[in-house]
Structures are given as C-alpha cells and as structure tokens.
Write a protein that binds this ligand. Structure first.
Ligand code: SF4
Length: 468
C-alpha cells in the first residue's frame, strides 16, 4: 500500500521541544551534560572591550571548536554550513531554529584573542573531572609521542645556508636542543610554518611536522599531560616536562614510568631514579649496542674501582678519567695513549683508532639501578601492555578526531589543537566509564515525570467520562 506523509503542522503552530528529538544516548547529549565551560567567559573577559559590537558568547565559540574535532569536520567554514542543518548541533550549542549562525572567522579571531591558557585550563579541567570520577590512579604513567603533519606544503621547504642556520640556532636554542633530528631538518626550513620542522615519518618520506607528546594514566588511559613541540624535538627530552605536568594536573607522583627506548637515555634513567620513580622504559643503550656496538665487549666487562676512580679492562689495563663531556653530561674514561693499539684483544674491544673509551655519569649508581629495573620482568610486562594501551589512544585521536594533520599554523595553535583533542578523549573516557551517572539519573527523573503526567491526564479523562 502506498504511504502518504501526513503534514506535521505542530512544528509551526505550537511551541515545540526539539530537544526530545535528541535521543537519550546521543553522544552530544552526554557531552553537553558533562562538559563544564562556565569558566570560559571569566577566563577570556580581558580579551574583550567594554564598547563596540557584541561578540558571540565565548561558551558557544568554545563549543564550536570542540565540535570541529568531535566529528572531525573538514573546516570551520564547513562547520558553520552544517550547523543549521543539524538539530543535534543546534541543541548542543543552544541555538534556536531561527538564530543566525556566526561567520566562520569568529573561531580564528577568538583563538587569536584568547591565547592558549584557556584551552590549557579546559584540558586540566577534563583531567580533574576524571580524577574526581576515580578514573586516575596516578602511580603508573605511559609516555609516547606522535608526529603530526603541519599545514605546510613540501614546496614551502627551503634550503638554509650555514649562516642562516647558525642565526636561527641562536634565536631558538630550545627548539634545537635535545639532540633530535638528523641532517634533513638541519638543512631545511619551512617557509609557511617556520615553527614546524622537516622530519622523516614512518613511511620513509619527510614532511613539515610537529610532535605531540602525551602521558597516559595506567588505570583508564586518561591523558594527564600534553606537550606540543616542533617535529625535530627528541622524545626523551620531553619526559621531565610530561612528569611535571602530570603531577601538577593530578597532584599525584608516579611510582613508575613506562615508555619505549627513545625515552631510555642515561640522563632520564638518572633523573627518574633520583626522584624515586621506577624506570620501566626500554634501554636506549641496548638498541645502540645492537646497531653500533655488536661484536665488541660490553661495558659490563669493565670493572670499576671506586677508590681509584678507574676501570679495569678485559686485558687487565686501566682506563683513567680523561675529560668531562659537557654536552652529554658524562666523564670519558680511556687507557694511556697507545695501550689499545698494542692490545691483542683490540679487535673484540673497539673499532676506534683512538682506542676504547667508557662513559660514566655523576650518579652512576642511580643509572645502574634504573637499568636493572628497566630489564626486569615487571618493566617488560608493562612495555608489552603499553604497545596497545598507548597506540589505541593515538589511533582513536587519528581516526576520529583528525589528530594527524594540523588545522592551523604555528606552534601555539598546534598546542591548542592537541589540547582540544586530548580534552575530548578524556571526556569520552569519562562518559564511557560511568562518569555521567547524574545524566542517567536526570533522564530517569524526566521519564518518571512524563509518565506521571500521562497517568494524570488519563485519570482526568477517565474521571470526565465517568462524570458525564
Ligand atoms: S683494547 Fe684497550 S681497553 Fe680493550 S682490552 Fe685492549 S687494552 Fe683493554
């Protein structure tokens, strides 16, 4: 039988409540109930004048920025185009059917005006909400990083002369510290987004890039620290910042840090052991040994004499403290000149013509203790878990929130992008793991209220019929 659509006149004839069209389990309904944006107007009040045109409500602007990443909408222009077409978006933003949707430029203007702090506070608040819901245990931390392609074409990469390179190194020492980056990014500069750097990705191709560093709490995978840097930045150099941010955001000190061997540098091992934190990170030295030092005596074959501050090598010769490497922060130990050249074991001991050398850091006992922890069964178990635990978090950010491609240019804006995505991922964990009990209760009460009203109306009708 052919069906015919009956006209729905009630939409235009009587007040309607379109909120009923948003299902109780709609993710945006849950998000709206959970997210707390009351602080935004107060936080950005200083960025607005007292006279002139009235701005769009900052809470709505913030919600629009969240929507951009929530559904990975292609562009801000596209978002403004689809808002009037979607009842759930209108409801989430608090707009009516006839309200005028602002121009897409309000979002970029707001970002410029507000600065990064309001987004950092938004992220911190998401961590605090997860903490309150009991989703953060705080004692075990997983850290990792991922490259993000900058919004810059390969055509905008220009070769840098040596003079320019030295100039930029003086201007931006922080960006170039940490020992990261190979010859590719040292010889090139990205003209359209100078904060990004040319970095080789896993695919083998090089792109202008940023790097997003994250720390995840072990209990439910809540992101407790986010740091954004140029793509050249070494992972290990960001570990201390991530731990400090985690402690600040959760008020809890981690007992163990789990990470791959890019973080397992001697400096990090010593720093963690010094703070009483267990190192469950891969050991970078083991990887380097596989690559560069296979087939020669490992450092363990050399015995250290604390009283004389010397090492004894497998041939029974002594290695003395030679010099302090200020860049790497260790003492270099060597034999007397010419000793290694005359040694029968030289082929198994060194490939250097200058002879064998050993490194010893101040606080070497801490390093040895941390390395032992890193090779222990608990650390190996944690690193195995980390493979899916951390990767799942990055995979969700990539496939659902457009994490792998920078929407805007400049380090400050990329930081905002990372914080918005991390905030959404934390809120999703909160929604999934029962952080919206108040929402379920509210829905239940609303349903009971509606049911009572129906019963009341039916009873009145029934009484009317009996009476007549
Ligand atoms: S090469 Fe030098 S350090 Fe190595 S075993 Fe011979 S003397 Fe000792």
């Amino acid at each position: 039988m052919m069906g015919r659509h009956a006209k729905q006149n009630e939409l235009w004839s009587e007040p309607v409540n379109l909120a009923r069209r948003i299902p109780a389990d709609h993710p945006l309904r849950k998000l709206r109930e959970t997210i707390k944006l009351q602080f935004v107007p107060e936080e950005v009040a200083g960025a607005y004048g007292r006279k002139g045109n009235v701005s769009v409500d900052p809470v709505i602007v913030m919600k629009m920025m969240l929507l951009l990443f929530w559904d990975n909408v292609r562009s801000e222009r596209e978002l403004m185009r689809i808002i009037p077409l979607r009842i759930d978006y209108l409801w989430f933003l608090g707009y009516g059917l006839e309200d005028e949707i602002p121009n897409h430029s309000v979002l970029s203007k707001a970002r410029r005006r507000w600065g990064a702090e309001v987004f950092a506070r938004l992220f911190r608040q998401s961590v605090a909400q997860c903490l309150e819901a009991g989703l953060i245990e705080g004692s075990k931390l997983h850290t990792d990083s991922s490259l993000v392609r900058a919004d810059a074409s390969l055509n905008s990469v220009v070769a840098v002369t040596l003079a320019k390179l030295e100039e930029s190194a003086e201007e931006e020492p922080a960006k170039r510290s940490g020992g990261g980056g190979g010859p590719v990014n040292q010889r090139h500069r990205v003209a359209t987004d100078p904060d990004s750097t040319l970095v080789r990705h896993a695919s083998g191709k090089s792109y202008p890039s940023y790097k997003s560093h994250r720390a995840l709490d072990d209990k439910a995978g809540v992101i407790t620290a986010v740091q954004t840097t140029a793509g050249i930045r070494d992972d290990g150099a960001e570990l201390s910042h991530l731990i400090a941010q985690h402690q600040e955001n959760t008020a809890r000190k981690p007992r163990a840090v789990v990470a791959d061997c890019k973080y397992g540098t001697s400096a990090n091992f010593i720093a963690l052991a010094g703070q009483g934190i267990r190192s469950h990170m891969g050991d970078l030295r083991s990887r380097l040994r596989n690559h560069h030092q296979s087939g020669i005596y490992p450092a363990e074959r050399f015995k250290y004499d604390e009283g004389r501050d010397t090492y004894k090598c497998p041939a029974g010769r002594l290695l003395y403290r030679h010099h302090f490497n200020r860049h790497r922060g260790y003492y270099d130990y060597r034999t007397q000149p010419g000793v290694c050249g005359r040694c029968a074991l030289a082929a198994q001991c060194t490939r250097s013509k200058a002879g064998r050398s050993l490194n010893r850091y101040p606080g070497h006992h801490l390093l040895e203790r941390a390395r032992l922890q890193s090779h222990g069964p608990a650390a190996r178990r944690d690193r195995k878990r980390r493979q899916w635990f951390q990767e799942r978090n990055f995979a969700e950010a990539t496939t659902q929130h457009g994490f792998k491609r920078a929407r805007w240019r400049g380090l400050a804006k990329q930081t905002i992008q990372d914080q918005l995505i991390a905030t959404l991922q934390n809120l999703k964990i909160l929604l999934r793991r029962g952080g919206f009990g108040h929402f379920v209760l509210g829905e239940l009460l609303q349903s009971c209220h509606m049911a009572l009203r129906v019963i009341q109306t039916d009873f009145q009708l029934f009484a009317k019929v009996i009476y007549t």
